[in-house]
Design a protein around this ligand. Structure first.
Ligand code: SF4
Ligand code: SF4
Length: 433
């Protein structure tokens, strides 16, 4: 037994080591972002987090996927309570340590876990079919290359295998309980009972091997899953919470001003200057991830790659190259590339690449109509438009390389205070008659 305990502690420590390494890397790349103080309105922020991240409120625009997603999510939250028992048993070398303490409530709890395990299993099968057989278009657009598609399938498949392991373990355990008093009574477990006919004719040693194999497989699978999630879009399971909490509470059409520019315009118009500008103005807009606010970087790691934003995007629908999902995926890819270079002792940001041009092209950002449809559609309150606007600001203000038609509009705004070229004095002629 002591060998098993040591092996378990070793597995646990290895997983903890890799998870910590990844968490630090992700944290360090998020810290590359610009300061953005998020203060006040804590009740609203908390409400958003509870309703949207925990309650999945925005998912319910599409009812069937929403219910199935809820099964997986509830399964994830509730079944992981069982992992607590796995951890204690693994460290102390016990078996179902909570069963004698909880008595018949343990049986109820195990049946709830099994119900959720079956719901998760069915939901995952449905999602695999929807992605790979029915080929829902938003999972097959250009940015959904081999890795994002594989990532989604790996997780769904892993969930199915892990849930099967739980049911197998419980079924073998129930047969063992009838043969060996060492096995703590769990009471009747409804769903795994259907598997008992597969096991009841097997020898006790074989059953022991199956039960122990399923136990180890499940816990190693859960720990492996926890490490894998940090590399995957499934990081949203955790980061959706801070992302919804720190998301902007301004109305959707609100675009934040640049204080330096606001002051300049106010002084030109003789309105004085009101906004406080501290320190050097730095770069206008964003060329790379370190020019973006840290909240946009958390958002990039929180993206579920669901494609709801892209399927609502009018630019994308009319065949333009822009996909708001790709904007978020590219931002995360850039962060990951920088993080890996830093971890390998490299230059990080100075690797000769930038978010603009090397990941996101001007053609993409210029296609955006600033309509906010992507922001409205996102189930975890991500704002791809904010990144697009910052990149466009850089192109317009640092490179002066906006499309020629835009430059004449900018000039009209400066001279006529309107996008059209007419004298400011004529502006209200339309009201004369
Ligand atoms: S704001 Fe831009 S990216 Fe978002 S949906 Fe509208 S056009 Fe597409
Ligand atoms: S930005 Fe939001 S809507 Fe778009 S793919 Fe990511 S999670 Fe889905």
């Amino acid at each position: 037994m002591i060998v098993q305990q040591l092996a378990f502690i070793l597995v646990l420590a290895t997983a903890a080591f890799f998870i910590r390494k990844r968490v630090l890397l992700i944290r360090n790349t998020i810290k590359l972002g610009k300061e953005r103080p998020v203060t006040g309105r804590k009740r609203e922020r908390l409400k958003n987090m509870l309703l949207i991240a925990l309650g999945q409120k925005k998912m319910f625009k599409k009812i069937i996927p929403a219910i199935l997603h809820l099964f997986i999510y509830a399964g994830f939250l509730v079944i992981n309570l069982e992992v607590l028992e796995f951890l204690v048993d693994g460290i102390l070398g016990t078996h179902r340590i909570f069963a004698p303490w909880l008595g018949s409530f343990y049986t109820v709890l195990m049946n709830v876990f099994e119900l959720l395990a079956v719901a998760v299993l069915l939901a995952c099968v449905f999602f695999l079919i929807r992605r790979n057989v029915l080929k829902v278009p938003r999972f097959w657009t250009a940015e959904m290359t081999r890795w994002p598609r594989l990532d989604a399938n790996v997780i769904l498949f892993t969930e199915i295998v892990l849930m099967t392991a739980i049911l197998t373990m419980n079924a073998a355990d129930q047969v063992l309980q009838t043969r060996d008093s060492h096995y703590t009574a769990t009471g009747s477990l409804f769903f795994s009972s259907f598997l008992i006919p597969l096991f009841e004719n097997l020898g006790t040693t074989t059953l022991l091997v199956i039960e122990r194999f399923a136990w180890w497989f499940h816990i190693i699978g859960i720990l492996g899953f926890a490490v894998y999630v940090t590399y995957s879009k499934h990081l949203h399971i955790f980061l959706a919470f801070p992302n919804t909490y720190f998301a902007s509470l301004e109305p959707k059409g609100y675009i934040n001003n640049m204080p330096v520019v606001t002051n300049e315009v106010k002084s030109m118009l003789g309105l004085g200057t009101s906004e406080t500008v501290t320190g050097e103005p730095g770069r206008f807009g964003a060329k790379d991830v370190n020019d973006l606010p840290w909240t946009s970087l958390v958002a990039a790691y929180s993206c579920t790659e669901c494609g709801r934003c892209t399927s609502e995007c009018p630019a994308n629908q009319t065949g333009k190259k822009l996909s708001p999902r790709k904007i978020m995926m590219d931002t995360r890819d850039r962060l990951e590339a920088i993080g890996k270079t830093i971890a390998a002792g490299g230059e990080g940001l100075n690797d000769g690449k930038t978010l603009l041009n090397d990941y996101i092209s001007k053609e993409e950002i210029n296609a955006c109509t600033s309509c906010n449809a992507c922001v409205e559609a996102c189930p975890v309150m991500i704002n791809p438009l904010e990144i697009i606007i910052e990149l466009r600001r850089y192109v317009a203000m640092e490179e002066s390389r906006s499309p020629a038609q835009w430059n004449s509009m900018f000039q009209n705004m400066e001279t006529s205070f309107a996008p059209w070229k007419f004298s400011a004095a004529d502006r209200f002629n339309w009201a004369n008659d």
